[in-house]
Write a protein that binds this ligand. Sequence first.
Ligand code: FNR
Length: 454
Amino acid sequence: MSSSSASTMLTTPIKVGRMELLHRIVLAPLTRSRSKLNTLTQTPIHAEYYRQRASKGGLLISEATFISPETVGFQRSPGIFTAEQVESWKQVTQAVHEKGGYIYCQLWHIGRVAHPSFAAHALVKAQAVPTPPGVSASDVPTGLPAVTYDGQTVDGAVPRALETKEIPRLIDDYRHAARCAIEAGFDGVELHGAHGYLIDQFLNDGVNKRTDQYGGSLENRARLLLEVIDALIAELGADRVACRLSPHNNDTYSYNGVKDSNPDAIYGYAIKELSKRKLAYLLLTEPRWDPKFKGDAVTDPGHQLPSVNADKFRSLYEGVLIGAGGYTPLSGLQALELGKYDLIGFGRWFISNPDIVTRIQYRQPLNIYRRETFYIWKSPEPEGIDEGYTDYPTFDQVLRQIGYSEEEVKDLSSRVLSDEEAEQIVARSHDKGLKYPLITQVRLGNSTSAGSRL
Ligand code: FNR
């Protein structure tokens, strides 16, 4: 793969819903647990984080964002259902738009993953008619540990099965959140239908034991997903609605304990139905991002696993398809070139490289991420805690830190680097004790190693 052909695909514009995107790199949704504890609002540091990652014609997807008090089950994830939350998001969307970028809001209901002790959260208690967290398709627990409202790790609780008559209210909660997202300045919404959260709990027959019209057949288990999508379309238009799914199989990681007797059938059905809806995009998770891969970022086994979902499901979906999960810059570019996906979402490497788009375009070395600061939910209030959030430097800042002259910085940060040049920069950085060490893109995986197993 030549760098020039890769760059051509990378910067080929594409229309996605109402957006005119100018390149093919997307910020995957990333929970970072830095919102205000009681109000679940955003702060100026959130605006700065998203501003850093925004680019002209680039799409950012927000961290997963609670749609209602019933889903509040992680500390310090933001919400998009109160007026105060809407106001707090405006600084974020404005910062992204000022740079010519776009931002979608990921709408999140975590269902049974929320421990019922979150009924003590201020926003749950404030409701006139309480809808306490800890609900699901059926009363099947995750079988995994859960974190309580006061931060204790305990066995996951048995969730309360949502009653059939509650489903219209649940769908209204999604509608309300979508309206709030648009009011907050988002360009559209992405329904989080992935990773074992509420929508996925309805899809998977290991969790969904219902006997009403939301359980049993493929059609019934996909009904909630599609009714929510249709409600969002009615609210915003299909060209401002997107969805994320995470097809898995018995050999891959089971997200939050969800299991299905025939995952290809249920996800295939759901994807075919979504295809008819002409959404802005569908984001598929490649099942090679596994929280249990806690080793060194550079040797993450996920990079070496083959991608599977593009091959399985691309032919079932006619619209714009985004892939995310275990991509390195070079394997991502190769997936674009091969037409496996239209866009590639980066998570962890985008956390540590706010300017990842130009880094990929110019084959610049990457800052290595630190897992310890992915989430900061501990007291004190994390306002102003920028470590691991907004303190990852851009490439030109790194060059200055390691002693390049202004003239060299200008040259090295504005053109495609040879592999040798990239290696020299990394070698030079080694003596300087950088807080975030560098790695070349080739060392992370290229067309002859990880990339060949896309
Ligand atoms: C995630 N992921 C994720 N996915 C999602 O749909 N909503 C979310 O809020 C989050 N939150 C989140 C937080 C953190 C710290 C990580 C590492 C991951 C999954 C994410 O979008 C992406 O699919 C994975 O990170 C895999 O992609 P990478 O990191 O291999 O590029």
